[in-house]
Ligand binder design. Sequence first.
Ligand code: NAD
Ligand code: IPM
Ligand code: MN
Length: 360
Amino acid sequence: GGRYKIAVLPGDGIGTEIVQVGVAMLEAAARRFDFALHFEEAPIGGAAIDATGEPLPAATLEQCKASDAVFLGAVGGPQWDALPSDKRPEKALLGLRAGLGLFANLRPARILPQLVAASALKPEVVEGVDILVVRELTGGLYFGIPKGIFPEKKGGRRGVNTMSYSTFEIERIGRVAFEAARGRRGKLCSVDKANVLEVSQLWREVIVGLAPEYPDVELTHMYVDNCAMQLVRQPRQFDTIVTENMFGDILSDEAAMLTGSIGMLPSASLGSGGPGLYEPVHGSAPDIAGQDKANPLAQVLSGAMLLRHSLRQSEAAQAVEKAVQTVLEQGYRTGDIAAPGAHIVGCRAMGERLLAAFEG
Ligand code: NAD
Ligand code: IPM
Ligand code: MN
Protein backbone atom coordinates (compact mmCIF):
# COMPACT_ATOMS: atom_id res chain seq x y z
CA GLY A 1 0.00 0.00 0.00
CA GLY A 2 0.91 3.67 0.03
CA ARG A 3 0.77 6.43 -2.58
CA TYR A 4 3.63 8.86 -2.88
CA LYS A 5 4.30 11.96 -4.92
CA ILE A 6 7.86 12.30 -6.22
CA ALA A 7 9.19 15.52 -7.73
CA VAL A 8 11.63 14.60 -10.51
CA LEU A 9 14.23 17.23 -11.41
CA PRO A 10 16.50 15.89 -14.18
CA GLY A 11 18.53 19.10 -14.59
CA ASP A 12 21.44 19.28 -17.03
CA GLY A 13 24.06 17.20 -18.81
CA ILE A 14 24.02 13.56 -17.78
CA GLY A 15 21.28 14.43 -15.27
CA THR A 16 18.56 13.70 -17.81
CA GLU A 17 20.18 10.40 -18.85
CA ILE A 18 20.68 8.95 -15.38
CA VAL A 19 17.34 10.15 -13.99
CA GLN A 20 15.53 8.12 -16.66
CA VAL A 21 17.25 5.00 -15.37
CA GLY A 22 16.61 5.96 -11.76
CA VAL A 23 12.90 6.57 -12.34
CA ALA A 24 12.53 3.27 -14.19
CA MET A 25 14.01 1.47 -11.18
CA LEU A 26 11.69 3.27 -8.76
CA GLU A 27 8.73 2.31 -10.95
CA ALA A 28 9.86 -1.30 -10.93
CA ALA A 29 10.23 -1.20 -7.14
CA ALA A 30 6.70 0.20 -6.78
CA ARG A 31 5.27 -2.57 -8.98
CA ARG A 32 7.02 -5.33 -7.10
CA PHE A 33 6.42 -4.03 -3.58
CA ASP A 34 2.91 -2.85 -4.26
CA PHE A 35 2.89 0.87 -3.67
CA ALA A 36 2.03 3.73 -6.03
CA LEU A 37 4.41 6.44 -7.18
CA HIS A 38 3.24 9.57 -8.89
CA PHE A 39 6.11 11.35 -10.66
CA GLU A 40 5.97 15.04 -11.53
CA GLU A 41 8.84 16.49 -13.53
CA ALA A 42 10.01 20.09 -13.07
CA PRO A 43 12.80 22.22 -14.56
CA ILE A 44 15.89 23.12 -12.54
CA GLY A 45 19.38 24.47 -13.21
CA GLY A 46 20.49 25.41 -16.70
CA ALA A 47 17.39 23.84 -18.23
CA ALA A 48 15.24 26.11 -16.04
CA ILE A 49 17.37 29.17 -16.87
CA ASP A 50 16.82 28.51 -20.57
CA ALA A 51 13.08 27.96 -20.10
CA THR A 52 12.25 30.64 -17.51
CA GLY A 53 15.33 32.79 -16.81
CA GLU A 54 15.58 31.41 -13.25
CA PRO A 55 17.68 28.46 -12.06
CA LEU A 56 15.06 27.56 -9.44
CA PRO A 57 11.62 28.70 -10.60
CA ALA A 58 9.18 29.31 -7.72
CA ALA A 59 6.86 26.70 -9.21
CA THR A 60 9.61 24.07 -9.01
CA LEU A 61 10.28 24.79 -5.33
CA GLU A 62 6.54 24.72 -4.57
CA GLN A 63 6.17 21.40 -6.34
CA CYS A 64 9.05 19.98 -4.30
CA LYS A 65 7.49 21.19 -1.06
CA ALA A 66 4.24 19.47 -2.02
CA SER A 67 5.98 16.13 -2.65
CA ASP A 68 6.97 13.22 -0.44
CA ALA A 69 10.49 13.26 -1.89
CA VAL A 70 12.60 14.98 -4.52
CA PHE A 71 14.66 12.99 -7.01
CA LEU A 72 17.31 15.14 -8.69
CA GLY A 73 19.91 14.44 -11.38
CA ALA A 74 22.56 17.15 -11.63
CA VAL A 75 22.82 20.78 -12.68
CA GLY A 76 25.37 22.98 -14.40
CA GLY A 77 27.37 23.24 -17.58
CA PRO A 78 29.88 25.45 -19.37
CA GLN A 79 27.18 27.40 -21.24
CA TRP A 80 25.99 28.91 -17.93
CA ASP A 81 29.39 29.39 -16.25
CA ALA A 82 29.70 33.10 -17.09
CA LEU A 83 26.49 34.04 -15.25
CA PRO A 84 26.73 35.83 -11.89
CA SER A 85 26.54 33.39 -8.97
CA ASP A 86 22.93 34.34 -8.22
CA LYS A 87 21.80 33.27 -11.68
CA ARG A 88 23.91 30.15 -12.07
CA PRO A 89 22.45 26.63 -12.24
CA GLU A 90 24.30 25.70 -9.02
CA LYS A 91 22.32 28.38 -7.19
CA ALA A 92 19.25 26.20 -7.67
CA LEU A 93 20.75 23.46 -5.53
CA LEU A 94 21.52 25.89 -2.74
CA GLY A 95 18.02 27.36 -3.03
CA LEU A 96 16.43 23.93 -2.91
CA ARG A 97 18.49 22.83 0.09
CA ALA A 98 17.76 26.04 1.97
CA GLY A 99 14.14 26.21 0.81
CA LEU A 100 13.43 22.69 2.04
CA GLY A 101 15.52 23.10 5.19
CA LEU A 102 17.77 20.16 4.26
CA PHE A 103 20.60 20.66 6.73
CA ALA A 104 21.85 17.06 6.85
CA ASN A 105 23.50 15.51 3.81
CA LEU A 106 24.27 11.79 4.08
CA ARG A 107 26.90 10.52 1.66
CA PRO A 108 27.66 6.83 2.14
CA ALA A 109 30.91 5.65 0.54
CA ARG A 110 30.87 1.87 0.61
CA ILE A 111 33.03 -0.18 -1.71
CA LEU A 112 31.14 -3.04 -3.30
CA PRO A 113 33.28 -6.18 -3.40
CA GLN A 114 32.78 -6.36 -7.18
CA LEU A 115 34.48 -2.97 -7.59
CA VAL A 116 37.56 -3.34 -5.42
CA ALA A 117 39.70 -3.62 -8.56
CA ALA A 118 38.06 -0.54 -10.14
CA SER A 119 39.37 1.81 -7.47
CA ALA A 120 42.40 3.92 -8.27
CA LEU A 121 43.79 2.77 -4.91
CA LYS A 122 45.25 -0.61 -4.03
CA PRO A 123 42.71 -3.36 -3.27
CA GLU A 124 44.16 -3.92 0.21
CA VAL A 125 43.57 -0.24 1.00
CA VAL A 126 39.96 0.01 -0.17
CA GLU A 127 38.63 -3.45 0.63
CA GLY A 128 35.90 -3.24 3.26
CA VAL A 129 35.64 0.55 3.20
CA ASP A 130 32.27 1.67 4.56
CA ILE A 131 32.17 5.36 5.44
CA LEU A 132 29.26 7.70 5.99
CA VAL A 133 30.02 11.38 5.47
CA VAL A 134 27.49 13.56 7.27
CA ARG A 135 27.87 16.93 5.60
CA GLU A 136 26.21 20.02 7.06
CA LEU A 137 24.31 21.46 4.10
CA THR A 138 22.58 24.77 4.83
CA GLY A 139 25.25 26.71 6.72
CA GLY A 140 28.98 27.31 6.76
CA LEU A 141 30.99 28.82 3.97
CA TYR A 142 28.23 28.40 1.36
CA PHE A 143 25.70 30.51 3.22
CA GLY A 144 27.56 32.72 5.73
CA ILE A 145 27.31 36.48 5.43
CA PRO A 146 28.86 38.82 4.50
CA LYS A 147 29.36 37.40 1.03
CA GLY A 148 29.89 39.01 -2.33
CA ILE A 149 32.36 40.85 -4.51
CA PHE A 150 32.90 44.39 -3.24
CA PRO A 151 34.82 47.43 -4.54
CA GLU A 152 37.86 48.39 -2.48
CA LYS A 153 38.35 52.00 -1.39
CA LYS A 154 41.89 52.02 -2.73
CA GLY A 155 40.81 50.44 -6.01
CA GLY A 156 40.48 46.82 -7.01
CA ARG A 157 37.80 44.52 -5.60
CA ARG A 158 37.46 42.01 -2.77
CA GLY A 159 35.70 38.64 -2.90
CA VAL A 160 34.19 37.57 0.40
CA ASN A 161 32.63 34.45 1.84
CA THR A 162 32.16 33.74 5.50
CA MET A 163 32.30 30.46 7.35
CA SER A 164 29.83 30.82 10.15
CA TYR A 165 27.87 28.43 12.37
CA SER A 166 25.53 28.97 15.28
CA THR A 167 25.49 26.56 18.20
CA PHE A 168 21.97 25.57 17.09
CA GLU A 169 23.18 24.58 13.61
CA ILE A 170 26.12 22.59 14.99
CA GLU A 171 23.99 20.83 17.55
CA ARG A 172 21.36 19.63 15.10
CA ILE A 173 23.87 18.25 12.56
CA GLY A 174 25.83 16.77 15.46
CA ARG A 175 22.77 14.88 16.65
CA VAL A 176 22.12 13.48 13.18
CA ALA A 177 25.73 12.29 13.05
CA PHE A 178 25.74 10.74 16.54
CA GLU A 179 22.48 8.92 15.75
CA ALA A 180 23.89 7.70 12.44
CA ALA A 181 27.10 6.48 14.08
CA ARG A 182 25.03 4.71 16.73
CA GLY A 183 23.22 2.79 13.98
CA ARG A 184 26.53 1.89 12.33
CA ARG A 185 29.81 0.86 14.00
CA GLY A 186 29.61 3.42 16.78
CA LYS A 187 32.52 5.61 15.71
CA LEU A 188 32.18 9.30 14.92
CA CYS A 189 35.00 11.49 13.65
CA SER A 190 34.29 15.22 13.67
CA VAL A 191 36.40 16.99 11.06
CA ASP A 192 37.28 20.65 11.47
CA LYS A 193 40.10 23.18 11.32
CA ALA A 194 40.02 24.11 15.00
CA ASN A 195 43.76 24.82 15.05
CA VAL A 196 43.08 27.94 12.97
CA LEU A 197 39.38 28.80 12.66
CA GLU A 198 37.21 30.14 15.47
CA VAL A 199 34.14 28.71 13.75
CA SER A 200 35.76 25.28 14.07
CA GLN A 201 36.61 25.86 17.72
CA LEU A 202 32.92 26.44 18.42
CA TRP A 203 32.05 23.46 16.23
CA ARG A 204 34.33 21.20 18.28
CA GLU A 205 33.09 22.58 21.60
CA VAL A 206 29.45 21.93 20.71
CA ILE A 207 30.14 18.42 19.34
CA VAL A 208 32.10 17.56 22.51
CA GLY A 209 29.15 18.84 24.53
CA LEU A 210 26.80 16.36 22.85
CA ALA A 211 29.02 13.35 23.48
CA PRO A 212 27.74 12.53 27.01
CA GLU A 213 24.28 11.90 25.50
CA TYR A 214 25.81 9.23 23.26
CA PRO A 215 28.07 7.20 25.55
CA ASP A 216 27.89 4.26 23.13
CA VAL A 217 29.55 6.35 20.38
CA GLU A 218 33.31 6.82 20.35
CA LEU A 219 34.00 10.44 19.34
CA THR A 220 37.28 11.58 17.80
CA HIS A 221 38.39 14.80 16.10
CA MET A 222 40.58 15.39 13.08
CA TYR A 223 41.79 18.42 11.18
CA VAL A 224 40.42 18.56 7.68
CA ASP A 225 43.80 18.54 5.94
CA ASN A 226 44.88 15.43 7.83
CA CYS A 227 41.50 13.84 7.10
CA ALA A 228 42.00 14.34 3.35
CA MET A 229 45.29 12.47 3.70
CA GLN A 230 44.02 9.73 6.04
CA LEU A 231 41.12 8.97 3.67
CA VAL A 232 43.54 7.70 1.05
CA ARG A 233 46.15 6.35 3.49
CA GLN A 234 43.92 4.15 5.60
CA PRO A 235 40.23 4.70 4.83
CA ARG A 236 39.05 1.77 6.96
CA GLN A 237 39.82 3.78 10.11
CA PHE A 238 36.67 5.82 9.42
CA ASP A 239 33.08 4.92 10.21
CA THR A 240 30.98 8.11 10.38
CA ILE A 241 32.44 11.56 9.59
CA VAL A 242 30.64 14.80 10.44
CA THR A 243 31.81 18.09 9.01
CA GLU A 244 31.13 21.58 7.75
CA ASN A 245 29.45 22.20 4.38
CA MET A 246 32.46 22.81 2.14
CA PHE A 247 34.80 20.43 3.97
CA GLY A 248 32.12 17.78 3.41
CA ASP A 249 31.78 18.66 -0.26
CA ILE A 250 35.48 18.13 -0.83
CA LEU A 251 35.96 15.08 1.40
CA SER A 252 32.97 13.27 -0.09
CA ASP A 253 34.33 13.57 -3.64
CA GLU A 254 37.57 12.13 -2.27
CA ALA A 255 35.70 9.35 -0.49
CA ALA A 256 33.85 8.62 -3.74
CA MET A 257 37.06 7.51 -5.40
CA LEU A 258 37.51 4.87 -2.73
CA THR A 259 34.37 3.23 -4.09
CA GLY A 260 35.73 3.01 -7.63
CA SER A 261 34.09 6.04 -9.23
CA ILE A 262 32.21 9.17 -8.33
CA GLY A 263 29.50 7.63 -10.52
CA MET A 264 28.77 5.24 -7.63
CA LEU A 265 28.10 7.68 -4.79
CA PRO A 266 24.50 8.48 -3.81
CA SER A 267 23.25 11.02 -1.32
CA ALA A 268 20.26 11.90 0.82
CA SER A 269 19.59 15.41 2.08
CA LEU A 270 17.27 15.52 5.05
CA GLY A 271 15.69 18.20 7.19
CA SER A 272 13.24 18.09 10.00
CA GLY A 273 10.24 16.25 8.67
CA GLY A 274 9.62 17.67 5.18
CA PRO A 275 10.46 15.99 1.89
CA GLY A 276 14.01 14.68 1.48
CA LEU A 277 16.16 15.31 -1.58
CA TYR A 278 18.01 12.44 -3.27
CA GLU A 279 20.75 13.02 -5.80
CA PRO A 280 24.10 11.60 -6.84
CA VAL A 281 27.17 13.29 -5.35
CA HIS A 282 28.63 13.95 -8.80
CA GLY A 283 27.74 16.74 -11.21
CA SER A 284 26.40 17.03 -14.75
CA ALA A 285 29.64 15.69 -16.32
CA PRO A 286 29.59 17.92 -19.42
CA ASP A 287 32.57 16.01 -20.83
CA ILE A 288 30.44 12.89 -21.37
CA ALA A 289 26.92 14.36 -21.53
CA GLY A 290 24.69 13.27 -24.41
CA GLN A 291 26.95 10.31 -25.25
CA ASP A 292 25.14 7.58 -23.31
CA LYS A 293 28.32 6.98 -21.28
CA ALA A 294 27.24 8.04 -17.80
CA ASN A 295 27.17 5.61 -14.91
CA PRO A 296 23.57 5.65 -13.61
CA LEU A 297 24.33 3.67 -10.45
CA ALA A 298 24.78 6.69 -8.13
CA GLN A 299 21.35 7.87 -9.27
CA VAL A 300 19.83 4.43 -8.80
CA LEU A 301 21.39 4.10 -5.34
CA SER A 302 20.03 7.57 -4.51
CA GLY A 303 16.65 6.13 -5.45
CA ALA A 304 17.24 3.34 -2.93
CA MET A 305 17.97 5.96 -0.28
CA LEU A 306 14.72 7.70 -1.23
CA LEU A 307 12.79 4.47 -0.77
CA ARG A 308 14.42 3.88 2.61
CA HIS A 309 14.44 7.35 4.17
CA SER A 310 11.38 9.11 2.74
CA LEU A 311 9.01 6.26 1.88
CA ARG A 312 10.07 3.78 4.61
CA GLN A 313 10.10 1.05 1.95
CA SER A 314 13.27 -0.60 3.20
CA GLU A 315 12.64 -3.94 1.50
CA ALA A 316 12.27 -2.18 -1.84
CA ALA A 317 15.45 -0.20 -1.12
CA GLN A 318 17.36 -3.40 -0.42
CA ALA A 319 16.05 -5.02 -3.60
CA VAL A 320 17.27 -2.06 -5.67
CA GLU A 321 20.70 -2.23 -4.02
CA LYS A 322 20.82 -5.94 -4.68
CA ALA A 323 20.07 -5.38 -8.39
CA VAL A 324 23.06 -3.03 -8.53
CA GLN A 325 25.29 -5.72 -7.05
CA THR A 326 23.87 -8.31 -9.43
CA VAL A 327 24.67 -6.35 -12.61
CA LEU A 328 28.20 -5.74 -11.33
CA GLU A 329 28.48 -9.44 -10.49
CA GLN A 330 27.39 -10.22 -14.05
CA GLY A 331 30.30 -8.09 -15.26
CA TYR A 332 28.40 -5.12 -16.70
CA ARG A 333 30.34 -1.87 -16.37
CA THR A 334 30.09 1.69 -17.60
CA GLY A 335 33.41 3.18 -18.70
CA ASP A 336 34.22 4.82 -15.37
CA ILE A 337 34.26 1.44 -13.58
CA ALA A 338 35.61 -0.64 -16.45
CA ALA A 339 37.59 -3.74 -15.58
CA PRO A 340 39.49 -6.26 -17.69
CA GLY A 341 37.06 -8.77 -19.19
CA ALA A 342 33.98 -6.71 -18.30
CA HIS A 343 31.06 -6.03 -20.64
CA ILE A 344 31.25 -2.28 -21.22
CA VAL A 345 27.77 -0.83 -21.57
CA GLY A 346 26.26 2.63 -21.91
CA CYS A 347 23.89 4.33 -19.52
CA ARG A 348 20.74 3.06 -21.20
CA ALA A 349 21.94 -0.53 -21.52
CA MET A 350 23.01 -0.48 -17.87
CA GLY A 351 19.45 0.56 -17.06
CA GLU A 352 18.06 -2.39 -19.03
CA ARG A 353 20.42 -4.80 -17.26
CA LEU A 354 19.35 -3.39 -13.91
CA LEU A 355 15.67 -3.89 -14.68
CA ALA A 356 16.36 -7.44 -15.81
CA ALA A 357 18.30 -8.15 -12.63
CA PHE A 358 15.59 -6.55 -10.50
CA GLU A 359 12.76 -8.43 -12.14
CA GLY A 360 14.65 -11.66 -12.82
P1 NAD B 1 31.38 16.24 -12.28
O1 NAD B 1 31.08 15.42 -11.10
O2 NAD B 1 30.23 16.61 -13.15
O3 NAD B 1 32.46 15.47 -13.18
C1 NAD B 1 33.76 15.17 -12.73
C2 NAD B 1 34.33 14.01 -13.55
O4 NAD B 1 33.65 12.80 -13.17
C3 NAD B 1 34.10 14.17 -15.05
O5 NAD B 1 35.21 13.65 -15.75
C4 NAD B 1 32.87 13.31 -15.32
O6 NAD B 1 32.80 12.78 -16.62
C5 NAD B 1 33.01 12.21 -14.27
N1 NAD B 1 31.70 11.72 -13.85
C6 NAD B 1 30.84 12.35 -13.01
N2 NAD B 1 29.72 11.64 -12.87
C7 NAD B 1 29.86 10.54 -13.64
C8 NAD B 1 29.02 9.42 -13.92
N3 NAD B 1 27.80 9.29 -13.37
N4 NAD B 1 29.48 8.46 -14.77
C9 NAD B 1 30.71 8.58 -15.31
N5 NAD B 1 31.54 9.61 -15.09
C10 NAD B 1 31.12 10.58 -14.26
O7 NAD B 1 32.14 17.54 -11.76
P2 NAD B 1 32.67 18.85 -12.55
O8 NAD B 1 33.18 18.45 -13.89
O9 NAD B 1 33.54 19.53 -11.62
O10 NAD B 1 31.36 19.74 -12.74
C11 NAD B 1 30.56 19.73 -13.91
C12 NAD B 1 29.32 20.59 -13.68
O11 NAD B 1 28.48 19.96 -12.70
C13 NAD B 1 29.62 21.97 -13.11
O12 NAD B 1 28.74 22.88 -13.70
C14 NAD B 1 29.36 21.82 -11.62
O13 NAD B 1 29.02 23.03 -11.00
C15 NAD B 1 28.19 20.87 -11.63
N6 NAD B 1 28.03 20.08 -10.41
C16 NAD B 1 26.74 19.80 -10.06
C17 NAD B 1 26.48 18.97 -8.99
C18 NAD B 1 25.08 18.65 -8.65
O14 NAD B 1 24.18 18.91 -9.44
N7 NAD B 1 24.80 18.05 -7.51
C19 NAD B 1 27.55 18.40 -8.28
C20 NAD B 1 28.86 18.69 -8.68
C21 NAD B 1 29.08 19.52 -9.76
C1 IPM C 1 27.54 18.84 -4.63
C2 IPM C 1 27.92 19.94 -5.58
C3 IPM C 1 27.29 21.25 -5.14
C4 IPM C 1 27.87 21.58 -3.78
C5 IPM C 1 27.44 22.44 -6.07
C6 IPM C 1 27.14 22.11 -7.49
C7 IPM C 1 26.58 23.57 -5.60
O1 IPM C 1 29.30 20.04 -5.70
O2 IPM C 1 26.33 18.58 -4.49
O3 IPM C 1 28.42 18.22 -4.05
O4 IPM C 1 28.97 22.14 -3.69
O5 IPM C 1 27.20 21.29 -2.78
MN1 MN D 1 30.37 18.42 -4.71
